[in-house]
Design a protein around this ligand. Structure first.
Ligand code: PLP
Length: 384
């Protein structure tokens, strides 16, 4: 079932679901079968086999994600990194060059700066806050441009509209990791991006129980990514497809509630004497507040707190929180806190962290679905 007129809440429930339902089942069952009877397929990629990403569970969740991101097609993968690496290797060929935003998600950054060259590809990094240098980086070998729609953990929001326009003007494929805002807060394909990528481990699934990823875009592009994925082998298993499909059904309502709670928490903590700074794109004090209003429909549920004290005191504060677990990852129903200098950015040299504006006492909060009053009380108590 699919209908472009439906709002996101309706698409999340009904898009992609088989119609008529299979055996009358209201919820699509898990097709735990690695292979299917031969049906006369003539193309290798059409043979029904689990690694070829075409079980009924795949087809359903692919169509649902495409409907939510406003894309023609989508493909789910075994992790966010499987989606990102497969899409990059498909888009940028050997001998070609990628322009990539500085300060990307750690796994992506490491792949591009340490492993990409081994595949014969080259990367040139740019500062997404200053697009004036971009034109100087383009030459005939540059094939694509890659950004994140909200950066981690400083929550900077690049000018996505200008980046998509720049890509079009220069004939580049534009790619964006849309994990942090999720399609509820941002739909980059509608701004002119060619390819959207996700760690579906985060908001799309939302329940901290699987790793998954996806790529979304035009049908032809997604077919290319899928055919490469079929050989690289990063396919999602049907049980995880089922869980992801279940998580997606509540994505719009979860993200709306998490947006609201994050705004309340950030507003309540801003100006607290134990915090040097509260970083949230929905606060007027955030450097990208005006831009975020233009490119995001909601400000998201990630909040960063710069603790005023030593790193030991910052850790003690995190330990006093009763409702927030200290763990990396984000986007689930449970509130999580992490100190990026010890987790996501521990591989970044200290002087480089200073240059990025990332202090060692910065605490990143992924706001969950707990009651906002309870959460605020817990943070205020732990700060005292
Ligand atoms: C977590 C994350 C990834 C990697 O996703 P996995 O599912 O862990 O492979 C990529 N990009 C962003 C922004 C992430 O937060």
């Amino acid at each position: 079932m699919n209908d472009n007129e439906w709002s996101p809440a309706t698409r999340a429930i009904h898009a992609g679901e088989p119609c008529p339902s299979i055996g009358g089942a209201i919820t699509l069952p898990i097709f735990q079968s690695s292979t299917y009877e031969y049906g006369g397929e003539t193309d290798y990629n059409d043979i029904r086999y689990l690694r070829l990403n075409n079980s009924p569970n795949h087809l359903c969740v692919n169509e649902k994600i495409a409907a939510l991101e406003r894309g023609e097609a989508a493909i789910v993968t075994a992790s966010g990194m499987a989606a990102i690496t497969t899409a990059l290797l498909h888009t940028v060929g050997a001998g070609e060059i990628l322009l990539a935003q500085e300060g990307l998600y750690g796994g992506t950054h490491h792949f591009l700066s340490h492993e990409f060259a081994g595949f014969g590809r080259e990367v040139r990094f740019f500062d997404a806050q200053d697009l004036s240098a971009l034109s100087g980086l383009v030459d005939k070998k540059v094939k694509a441009i890659y950004v994140e729609s909200t950066s981690n953990p400083l929550l900077r929001v690049p000018d996505l509209i200008a980046i998509a326009e720049f890509a079009k003007k220069n004939g580049l494929v534009s790619m964006v990791d849309n994990t942090f805002p999720s399609p509820i807060n941002c739909t980059p394909l509608e701004m002119g991006f060619d390819l959207v990528l996700h760690s579906a481990t985060k908001y799309l699934n939302g329940h901290t129980d699987i790793t998954a990823g996806c790529a979304v875009g035009r049908k032809k592009v997604i077919t290319g990514v899928t055919n490469l994925l079929n050989h690289l082998g990063g396919c999602l298993d049907p049980h995880a497809c089922f869980l992801l499909n279940r998580g997606l059904k509540t994505l719009p309502i979860r993200v709306r509630e998490q947006n609201a709670t994050a705004f309340k928490l950030a507003s309540a903590l801003e100006g607290h004497k134990r915090l040097k700074r509260v970083i949230y794109p929905g606060l007027k004090s955030h450097p990208d507040f005006e831009r975020a209003k233009r490119v995001l429909r909601g400000f998201g549920a990630m909040v960063s707190l710069d603790f005023d004290g030593s790193t030991a005191e910052a850790d003690a504060f995190m330990g006093r929180l009763k409702l927030a677990f200290s763990a990396p990852s984000l986007g689930g129903v449970e509130t999580l806190v992490t100190r990026p200098a010890t987790t996501s950015h521990s591989g970044v040299k200290p002087e480089e962290r200073v240059r990025m504006g990332l202090s060692d006492t910065l605490i990143r909060v992924s706001v969950g679905l707990e009651d906002s009053g309870d959460l605020i009380a817990d943070f205020e108590r732990a700060l005292r």
